[in-house]
Design a protein. Structure first.
Length: 103
């Protein structure tokens, strides 16, 4: 998953939250069912939900750590090479300006 973009990770996290929410609702609806098979099913669903929630938290923590690291790296670069940073920003601004001017 390291090749995923931030937008893809956000969509994945949103989709996973929806799936978890839907599964919890299904679990509540299935609570009315009785019997050994229903009890075992609820146990399996609860276990899977707990794992999915843990995965979501881990994914979110990893994303936050990567964003913080990128921010620190950018900050360090700007402090170490301010003129290079100014030049890079000017170049990006020029490219954006050219692209906007074409439309």
């Amino acid at each position: 998953m390291s090749d995923m973009t931030v937008d893809q990770k956000d969509k994945l996290m949103t989709d996973l939250r929806v799936v978890i929410s839907d599964a919890e609702e299904l679990l509540r609806l299935g609570a009315e069912q009785t019997g050994v098979a229903a009890t075992e099913w609820r146990g399996r669903v609860e276990t899977r939900l707990a794992k999915a929630k843990a995965s979501l938290v881990t994914l979110q923590e990893t994303a936050v750590e990567k964003v913080k690291a990128a921010g620190h790296a950018a900050d360090d670069f700007v402090h170490d090479s301010p003129w290079k940073a100014i030049g890079a920003a000017a170049g990006v601004g020029l490219l954006v300006g050219l692209l906007i001017g074409r439309r």
